[in-house]
Design a protein around this ligand. Structure first.
Ligand code: ZN
Length: 384
């Protein structure tokens, strides 16, 4: 029996587990919810022969790390199965918008991004387990993917460096394509401090912080180069108290996306080199690159080729796509580790109210993952 033949009759079970996981609300800001979800997954993974650890993270829910205990030390490097436990949805969203199934679509907050990916991981491992002991894998599920700057970066990168390959179970692109390229991202806050004055009586004694930021918003936005895939968005601006007061304080928040790390660093330098324009105003710039891009190098193409081969054996096509969004898999690719992301379920509407999963994709993605894990463990990339 191939993996797909094993997974398909379990589609209903997979959808039921997904509904249950969506019901365990786990916003990044709620450590208790994230921990509860981790413990629920521990119950799925432990019986498969994995040693599961919940590693504490200060101020957040835990990391779930599950590994196959080594036999004699001659095993190949593990395949790392990477995902996140948190969602962008605050507590109470599920009560307001409970899971709803409409034909082949399952709607629910966090279903597509990325609780369906967690179900895919569990069933890929279950499918592999029916054939004997699991090959070396490391399941690594993080608690803070949806907010910038996870405090566990060093720990995650250590696991990545140890892996033979990293598979990210973020959602597939709508239609099922995996992600072989992702933009990196950064964010910046620019603060302007000027001098307050009466707008009528004393305009020239003031130094207008908002006017300064207007200049800086235009300057920073001029870094945008669509052809290179470098974009700057000024997304928040605030300052001032009344129309008749020259504002002494204002700040703006910027989001930056880039296709190459070099462009990311170029943008970073440009932000930190901003000089005030309005006399009497000083500037403070904080922030930088948060996520490196996932660059479509040979180490990414190699894993994609293997995945496509597995899909073809299942009678399916597997397309690739470049995504503007960042994910933690990008850190693995930036370290030069063979990486493929978007191994999660098909669907649409991440971070949106129409978020949904294509139910029939669940067994397909689990079978794809199982086949790919097996192939990578057999040394398909021969990275020892
Ligand atoms: Zn995600």
């Amino acid at each position: 029996m191939n993996h797909l033949e094993w997974c398909r009759p379990r589609t209903g079970e997979m959808a039921a587990l997904l509904e249950e996981l969506v019901g365990i609300e786990s916003p990044s800001t709620d450590p208790a919810g994230v921990a509860e979800l981790a413990r629920r997954l521990e119950r799925e993974l432990e019986p498969l022969g994995l040693k599961v650890e919940l590693l504490p993270v200060a101020g957040a829910g835990p990391i779930l790390r599950a590994r196959v205990p080594p036999h004699d030390g001659s095993e190949p490097r593990p395949v790392m199965l990477l995902g996140h436990l948190d969602t962008v949805w605050p507590l109470g969203t599920v009560a307001a918008r409970p899971v709803r199934v409409d034909g082949d679509r399952l709607y629910g907050p966090g279903a597509y991004d990325m609780k369906a990916g967690l179900v895919v991981v569990v069933y890929a491992l279950r499918a592999l387990r029916t054939r004997g002991p699991l090959p070396p894998v490391t399941v690594f599920l993080t608690p803070l993917e949806e907010v910038d700057g996870g405090p566990y970066l060093a720990q995650m990168e250590a696991a990545m460096k140890d892996a033979g390959a990293v598979l990210g179970f973020e959602p597939a692109w709508p239609g099922g394509a995996v992600k072989t390229e992702r933009k990196g991202s950064g964010s910046f806050v620019v603060r302007a401090r000027g001098r307050a004055a009466h707008a009528g009586a004393d305009l020239t004694r003031g130094a207008n912080a908002i006017l300064e930021l207007a200049h800086q918003a235009v300057r920073a936005s001029a870094l945008t180069d669509l052809k290179r895939g470098l974009t700057v968005n000024v997304g928040v601006i605030r300052g001032g108290i009344r129309p008749n007061v020259v504002p002494d304080h204002a700040e703006a928040e910027f989001d930056v996306r880039f296709r190459t790390l070099a462009d990311g660093h170029r943008a970073e330098e440009a932000f930190h080199a901003l000089e005030p324009v309005v006399p009497g105003v000083s500037l403070e710039v904080i922030g930088g690159v948060h996520y490196p891009p996932l660059e479509r190098g040979p180490h990414v193409v190699a894993v994609y080729d293997q995945a496509r081969r597995v899909a073809r054996e299942m009678g399916m096509d597997l397309d690739e796509v470049a995504s503007g969004g960042a994910s933690e898999a990008s850190f693995a690719a930036a370290l030069g580790v063979p990486t493929l992301d978007g191994m999660g379920a098909d669907g649409d509407g991440a971070h949106a109210v129409d978020e949904h999963v294509i139910v029939s994709s669940l067994p397909e993605r689990a079978a794809l993952a199982a086949g790919l894990i097996a192939r990578l463990s057999e040394g398909a990339l021969s990275r020892r």
